[in-house]
Write a protein that binds this ligand. Structure first.
Ligand SMILES: [Zn+2]
Length: 351
């Protein structure tokens, strides 16, 4: 027999996990999440928490069509989506969007390209401490999100993802060099001033997240990402020296740093010889749907530990470029794509 419809079956949020949706419904109805999970899985099985939800049963419980539910809940789709297109773990999204969804925290499985809520000017960022940040003081960030969506549309999600990770690595390495430079026109100075807005030096502990450092370089990273994503520009960078210098000039024009910057030339050379003509990187980890119910509590605990170490390191050194390089969002790309400079000090226990 199908479950009976709940009295107040609020809709799911876009990209929400089924477990998150059931947690909210349970809170709103004063029942346990387990009891709802039991109603939407196979009643003949003894351990419902380990089973995937059955669309027809969830539809009956919520009074919503399985089709409408699947539009919001990626795990309910049939056929299943290409999980490589999503981040491998869930996270919270924009807190202002979530305010429309009662019953508790909304946990979502976001596609790779989703970094900011354009409507509310909120930075969501990569997988991190789950603290969305208001970035209305830096409007370039949400403009960059719009631009990045165009890159996804033009080159496909995989190329755009690889291109942006590469661009993050490039910007972070360049920023790491700023501590050895005195030129005030360097783009790193702009990043420093944005950092001061998001993480004031006199209030680091309350405001710090590594995710915000990604927000700081995001506008420039998005501007150069199409160069790393485009087959044409990858080919250009990987061919003769003359062609590579053309790639370099294009990159300089887009990011706006000094033309005579040797470090930038060296970084591009390293990428061009090691990666430009290689196939695009696939995401290293992919999401496993259903079964194990991921709770916000255990995600928060794990991320909180790493966050503490990063915050401590940043408070001590305030070296944002290196902090980004050792964050898990790009660490894999960094180690595979470029050679770690021996001169850089590495934060222990980075994200
Ligand atoms: Zn929003």
């Amino acid at each position: 027999m199908l479950p009976r419809e709940l009295p107040d079956p609020v809709p799911p949020a876009r990209h929400e996990l089924i477990a998150s949706y059931l947690d909210r419904l349970a809170a709103l109805h004063g029942v346990s999440s387990y009891s709802l999970w039991k109603q939407v899985t196979d009643p003949a099985e003894p351990n419902p928490a380990d089973l995937p939800a059955i669309p027809e049963r969830l539809a009956a419980l919520t009074g919503r069509s399985a089709h409408a539910l699947a539009g919001a809940l990626p795990e309910l789709r049939d056929p299943q989506p290409d999980w490589a297109m999503f981040r491998h773990l869930p996270q919270v999204g924009c807190h202002r969007c979530d305010a429309r969804h009662p019953g508790g925290r909304v946990v979502r499985l976001l596609p790779h390209h989703r970094y900011a809520c354009i409507r509310h000017q909120v930075w969501i960022g990569p997988l991190d401490i789950d603290r969305p940040a208001d970035v209305h003081k830096i409007p370039e960030i949400t403009k960059a999100q719009q631009r990045h969506l165009r890159t996804v549309h033009r080159f496909g999600w995989n190329a755009a993802h690889d291109g942006l990770l590469t661009a993050f690595v490039f910007c972070a390495q360049l920023w790491a060099e700023i501590h050895r430079m005195s030129d005030q026109r360097h783009v790193g100075r702009l990043w420093d001033s944005r950092t001061d807005l998001l993480i004031p030096p006199d209030n680091i502990w309350a405001t710090y997240s590594t995710s915000k450092l990604f927000a700081v370089v995001f506008p420039e990273a998005v501007r150069i990402a199409p160069l790393f994503a485009s087959p044409y520009w990858r080919q250009t960078a990987g061919s003769s020296e003359v062609e590579r210098s053309r790639f370099h000039s294009e990159l300089i024009d887009r990011i706006g740093y000094l033309r005579e910057n040797d470090q930038a030339v060296e970084l591009i050379d390293r990428w061009a010889t090691g990666r430009a003509l290689q196939p695009l990187r696939e995401p290293r980890l992919t999401y496993t749907p259903g079964r194990k119910r991921i709770t916000t509590a255990h995600l928060t605990l794990n991320r909180g530990r790493r966050h503490g170490k990063s915050a401590h390191w940043f408070a001590k050194k305030r070296q944002a470029g290196i902090t980004i390089l050792w964050h898990s969002h790009i660490k894999n790309a960094f180690l595979l794509g470029w050679i770690v400079s021996g001169r850089q000090e590495v934060p222990t226990g980075g994200q």
